[in-house]
Design a protein around this ligand. Structure first.
Ligand code: ZN
Length: 683
């Protein structure tokens, strides 16, 4: 540790070869690395502006420029999500301002835009990938305000800066509020029903803090365990209240990390930016990069599904209420669903969990995709990662051993780590002059960490989550596109991005797959046939309740962004109430502050795009139906799926790719069947 290290030559963020050295990256490396990279890329852009006849080599040089920035910024942004210490967070926030400024500046560069227009005119029609790349680049120039002049152009830049900072702050508030909550309990009977895995972590946490009994946190596995299994309604209510009031003006940390004011400002600025670009509202702007054609098409799609599913959801809730023998509060629904599922299918989370030790599930999942796509996945020593729980894998072709890419896994919940599960790109695939690089992915989840002498044991829901994220991972790794901007999930219409992920989820229900991903952690016995049958019997159980919840989120998000005037906070809540009256069957209490926790749309990239999950689920169910018709392990179908959908990344419009795979446009039937809604609800 030398204090006098040169900020440029000794900067791990600037290493040009090999995997990032996450262990060596310090907050103080971020700004010098970014500044020197952005300066160099500005000079490269100035040179590109002067080229009179832009051609394919010119296009590749531009790709290198974007790639350089991503190569330096990517690891910082990743670390900020998985080890968000206060100094790193400060460095991230400062870096985010620099990167946002750079992106807007490039997006508004008229000389560069003119070169792209020139290239569009001269590119031969058969260069389809390059033509798509240029078309997307031109679109992105327009969406960055390249046509804006004077004060409007300035204002647009200000808005981009402020929005980036607000969205980052939204995530950070949510993370801090989640980490701050603790529930201390000394009476074991108050925790009755909780799985041993959760209790032993709570005991360890209490011991670590030097207090009696149990300390429970609000990480996702603990929260879900309490909602599904805690017998005490008081404990469930306390957890429910803590969860739905995080980062708000209510609940246990009321006002401390309040996202409320951020919501109103984010909506106002998004609306203003959309109007500056000539759109009526932000929803229209959002659809400029998506498969859906118009706001009406999205709203119509959501309302149609809501109309179909609500009667089923009401019926499901009716059964649940009858089973509980009383009116259900929001914190009772998951608990009684579990009890009814136990009674009806003789199946409980706790009974399945021992069969799904994480290493076994992961090994089985690798085996499945190795077989489907002719791969070999092998663990390699992970040098220089960000946490001891991280593993690294190499993916190769089975036939000739040729390299495909790499994968980091970081699967356990811990403080200072963003909640949820996601796949992100560490490296995009590149085949450019001077740069041949294979893709590398991050696969991040928040499962319960292993105990002292037990592995991490997953619920079946968590198994499905792992398959989902692995679907994204395959999309990222199996791409054959050589331009980073169109490789893997890059450049794919956002409402089609969830196709491979939701597609792969289906395998987590197949008997032949369940056999190979399960093995009792004490006996090694795979999940018995009768449990597999009961699990599948319960697949659509209460599925419609989950569907109307997803539709509630999706419709709320979309209507928020389609309004002609951006709603203030009061109007935001009122809109959510309206949507709930229309779609939901469970009415939350007045203190519920769901919008303050809705990081998909206020922190991440799903604004006016949350509908994408349902939209892509139609594609995913219909694509999987092709496998059901041919055999779910059919190599020819898998090969076609890989070739037409996974390999092409963003180089071909999503609908075109789907039709090439399926032989026809997507149909809704498969999804309705899969969700148990193909028969009328009244029957
Ligand atoms: Zn996803």
């Amino acid at each position: 540790m030398t204090a006098s290290a040169d900020p440029i030559t000794d900067n791990p963020l600037l290493a040009e070869t090999g995997l990032p050295r996450f262990d060596r990256i310090r907050p103080e490396h971020v700004e010098p690395a970014l500044r020197s990279t952005l300066d160099a890329q500005r000079a490269a852009i100035a040179e590109a502006e002067r080229v009179e006849r832009p051609d394919i080599e010119w296009l590749a040089r531009l790709e290198r420029i974007h790639d350089e920035v991503r190569r330096v910024w990517g690891p910082v942004s990743h670390l900020n999500a998985v080890v968000s210490t206060p100094p790193l967070r400060d460095a991230y926030n400062a870096g985010l301002a620099l990167v946002t400024e750079f992106n807007t500046e490039v997006g508004q560069n008229e000389a560069l835009y003119a070169r792209f227009l020139e290239l569009e005119r001269t590119l031969p029609a058969e260069r389809r990938v390059e033509r798509e790349l240029v078309a997307q680049a031109l679109r992105d120039f327009r969406l960055s305000g390249v046509a804006l002049k004077g004060r409007d152009r300035e204002r647009f830049r200000e808005i981009m800066q402020r929005l980036a900072a607000l969205q980052a702050k939204f995530e950070q508030n949510l993370m801090d509020a989640t980490d701050a909550f603790e529930h201390h309990e000394t009476r074991p009977d108050a925790l009755a029903g909780l799985p041993e895995q959760v209790l032993s972590r709570a005991r360890a946490k209490a011991a670590e803090k030097g207090v009696e009994g149990y300390v429970l946190t609000l990480d996702p596995p603990t929260y879900l365990a309490v909602m599904n299994h805690a017998r005490s309604a008081a404990l469930r209510e306390r957890y429910y209240e803590a969860w739905v009031t995080r980062a708000s003006d209510r609940g246990p940390s009321a006002g401390k990390w309040d996202n409320g004011p951020l919501i109103a400002e984010i909506l106002t600025l998004r609306h203003e930016s959309a109007r500056l670009l000539g759109f009526r509202n932000y929803a229209e702007l959002s659809l400029a990069t998506k498969m859906a054609g118009s706001p009406d098409e999205v709203i119509g799609f959501l309302r149609d599904l809501a109309r179909r599913s609500k009667p089923f959801a009401e019926r499901d809730l009716g059964e649940l209420t009858a089973h509980a023998g009383r009116r259900l509060e929001p914190w009772d629904v998951a608990y009684y669903s579990e009890r009814l599922r136990e009674q009806r299918f003789a199946l409980s989370d706790d009974e399945l969990r021992p069969y799904f030790p994480l290493p076994k599930v992961l090994g089985g999942l690798f085996g499945l995709v190795e077989r489907l796509f002719g791969l070999e996945i092998a663990e390699r020593p992970a040098a220089g990662t960000w946490h001891p729980a991280v593993a690294y894998y190499e993916i190769r072709r089975r036939d000739d051993g040729g390299p495909i890419g790499g994968l980091y896994t970081d699967l356990y919940a811990r403080p200072q780590k963003r909640g949820g599960a996601w796949m992100d790109s560490c490296f995009d695939r590149a085949r450019l002059p001077g740069l041949a690089r294979d893709p590398v992915a991050y696969l991040v989840c928040n499962f319960s960490p292993p105990g002292e002498d037990t592995p991490s044991l997953l619920t079946h829901d968590e198994v499905v989550t792992l398959f989902h994220e692995f679907g994204h991972t395959l999309h990222h790794l199996l791409t054959e596109v050589g331009y980073p901007s169109l490789a893997g999930i890059n450049g794919v219409a956002w409402d089609a991005v969830e196709l491979p992920s939701q597609f792969l989820e289906n395998y987590a229900w197949r008997p032949e797959v369940l056999k190979s991903i399960s093995g009792h952690h004490e006996t090694g016995e795979p999940l018995p046939d009768e449990k597999i049958e009961r699990l599948n019997g319960s697949r659509t159980f209460m599925e419609r309740l989950a569907t109307v919840r997803q539709l509630e989120f999706a419709l709320f998000d979309f209507l928020l962004h389609v309004a002609d005037e951006p709603p203030d906070l009061a109007r935001t809540y009122a809109l959510l109430d309206d949507v709930r009256r229309e779609v939901a069957v469970i009415r939350p209490p007045e203190y519920n502050r769901f919008p303050s926790t809705f990081s998909h749309i206020f922190g991440g990239g799903y604004a006016a795009g949350y509908y994408s999950y349902k939209w892509a689920e139609v594609l995913a169910a219909d694509a999987f139906a092709a496998f059901e018709e041919a055999g779910v392990l059919d190599p020819e179908t898998a090969g076609r799926f890989r070739r037409e959908i996974l390999a092409v990344g963003g180089s071909r419009p999503a609908l075109e790719a789907f039709v090439a795979f399926r032989g026809r446009p997507p149909e809704l039937d498969a999804l309705l069947r899969q969700s148990g809604m193909s028969e009328p609800a009244a029957a």
